[in-house]
Design a protein around this ligand. Structure first.
Ligand code: AMP
Length: 280
């Protein structure tokens, strides 16, 4: 595995792979890697002959400075993990390398940007658009891999590809969970033992509402999730909604789309966890 910090070295290594007629699979990450990230790298390795992983904690997508400061980082361990998963080229740029000057671009993600995470994290998806478009321009992959764990981000990235007319296949990968059901997340490292102990209830309740969905209305399902999670000491729902999987518009009835998605943000102490479930 080659490890580079500069855009120039990244582009040179990708160009050499292209000369050897390799196909490029790309996995953007913010590091503090876990098996969810690794599943993306492994999938990229199965489908592409040259796998690029980026590791960059992107400041422009954080709307909260203490969240940025406390974001876990472990570069050495991350490098070892991606190497064993089959990464060929690891890109670890500095903030100056990614943003030699401030990025003032504003993307028109329409309503995708104003609902759910967009409502509670203003500017977040614009920052995601900025960093992902820069990375796409640098790597020019054939395929890029994203996790369903960040369901809204996937929708935003698909829109970004349309907006910027990238010729890149966006591959959506299943959420990887701990044995107790908690969605793997770099932020899980920040949970206290008490919060970690109750956090699996989030997915348990999402699974429960999915099994009830044939017999209750969308409104009842929304109330059930919010009340059940809030009834657990130490957990506090920021939002839960059931939305159309493509437009993310809030649903009034199950029949409005083929695959309704329940999506939730929950505070476990200071740590904000997100998860979702597909009703299909
Ligand atoms: P992050 O480092 O949090 O920006 O995540 C990098 C990529 O890994 C994104 O496409 C995430 O959706 C994906 N990812 C994060 N957690 C998981 C998970 N538990 N299962 C699958 N993919 C994940």
């Amino acid at each position: 595995m080659i490890k580079v910090n500069s855009v120039r070295a990244l582009q040179q290594a990708v160009a050499e792979a292209r000369n050897e007629r390799k196909t490029i699979g790309f996995v953007p990450t913010m590091g503090a890697l876990h098996n969810g990230h690794i599943s993306l790298v492994e999938r990229a390795k199965e489908e592409s002959s040259f796998v690029v992983v980026s590791l960059f904690v992107n400041p422009t997508q954080f709307n909260n400075l203490s969240d940025l400061d406390s974001y876990p980082r472990d570069e050495q361990r991350d490098a070892e993990l991606v190497m064993s998963a089959g990464c060929d080229l690891l890109f670890i740029p500095s903030v100056e390398e990614m943003y030699p000057e401030p990025d003032s671009r504003i993307f028109d993600f329409g309503t995708l940007n104003s609902v759910l995470e967009g409502e509670f994290r203003p500017g977040h998806f614009n920052g995601v658009g900025q960093v992902v478009s820069k990375l796409f321009d640098m790597v020019i992959p054939d395929r890029a891999y994203f996790g369903q764990k960040d369901f809204q981000q996937l929708a935003v990235i698909k829109r970004l590809v349309e907006l910027c007319r990238y010729d890149i296949d966006i591959i959506s990968c299943k959420t990887v969970r701990e044995d107790d059901g908690l969605a793997m997340s770099s932020r899980n490292l920040l949970l206290t033992p008490e919060h970690r102990a109750v956090a699996p209830s989030i997915y348990k309740i999402l699974s429960e509402v999915r099994s009830k969905s044939g017999t209750i209305t969308v409104q009842e399902a929304k109330h059930f999730v919010i009340e059940s999670i809030n009834a657990i000491p130490l957990l506090d729902v920021e939002y839960f909604d059931i939305v159309d999987d493509k437009t993310l518009v809030s649903l009034e009835s199950w029949s409005e789309c083929d695959t309704p998605v329940g999506t939730v943000a929950v505070f476990a102490g200071d740590v904000r966890l997100i998860d979702n479930i597909l009703f299909n």
